[in-house]
Design a protein around this ligand. Structure first.
Ligand code: R1P
Ligand code: URA
Length: 241
């Protein structure tokens, strides 16, 4: 399946599964591999961007760090989709609450991801390309969340190039336009998937509230992260053969 050597992923042919879970943090990828997959095997360690493949309910699933921001996930997603036979990527990240209806610990399923990034300019698309989740995956995720009684919100999110944004009015503006939460990668993943005719979904655990500054403790993060993982694994399992 490898048709062009990737400078940033050095993996054996066939060592990456058709579905890949992607947290921003490569150490989180290691944690997921060791705690949620059976028989995980490391397939990439270039730049310490760990990637593992194991099994979940009998199917091969991979997990790999994406790094932070659209340039980083854009590169890794492009390589995985183009050179390693990957069909579907699920981002599993943390996010800051924007909407009044979104609470700490909620799992957000990102229906769309508006952005201040200029990433889409490369496609020469007139007007604004709407970065959107794969509907089949979104549907699987919602059903998986309902089955475990997860505290889950589904809707539009915002992907920002800046973690520290100098515009003090931005968060209110995002709230006014219905954004559930803010993070830094999903729009880049959705655009890359659209360009390459692949599938993608963003799942996010709400770790903080950008208005109040309230944030989860380490233990609380772990518990809500566990719900997101159950949803992600079921979704990946159903998405691939
Ligand atoms: O938890 P991850 O997946 O890294 O996601 C969020 O955390 C990072 C910022 O702290 C950004 O990458 C943001 O999108
Ligand atoms: O990008 C992010 C991620 C988590 N929390 C935030 O406020 N922003």
């Amino acid at each position: 399946m490898i048709t062009t050597p990737s400078a940033c992923i050095q993996a054996e042919e066939g060592s990456v599964a058709k579905a890949v879970l992607m947290p921003g943090d490569p150490l989180r990828a290691k944690y997921v591999a060791e705690h949620y997959l059976e028989d995980p095997v490391l397939f990439n360690s270039v730049r310490n961007m760990y990637g593992y493949t194991g099994t979940y309910k009998g199917k091969k699933i991979s997990v790999m760090g994406s790094g932070m921001g659209i340039p980083s996930i854009g590169l890794y997603a492009y390589d995985l989709y183009s050179f390693f036979g990957v069909e579907a990527i699920i981002r599993i990240g943390s996010t800051g609450a924007i909407s009044e209806n979104v609470n700490l610990r909620d799992v957000v399923v990102a229906m769309s991801a508006s952005t201040n990034s200029n990433f889409a300019v490369q496609y020469g698309f007139q007007g604004i390309l709407a970065p959107t989740a794969n509907y089949e995956m979104l549907d699987y995720a919602v059903k998986a969340g309902q089955e475990i009684g997860a505290s889950m919100k589904v809707g539009p999110i915002y992907t920002s190039d800046m973690f520290y944004n100098a515009d003090p009015g931005l968060n209110q503006k995002l709230r006014d336009y219905g954004m559930l939460c803010v993070e830094m990668e999903t729009a880049g993943l959705y655009m890359t998937a659209a360009h390459l005719k692949k599938k993608a979904l963003g799942l996010l655990t709400v770790s903080d509230d950008v208005f109040t500054g309230e944030e989860l403790s380490v233990m609380e993060r772990q518990e809500s992260f566990d719900e997101m993982m159950k949803i992600a694994l079921e979704t990946a399992w159903k998405t691939i053969d």
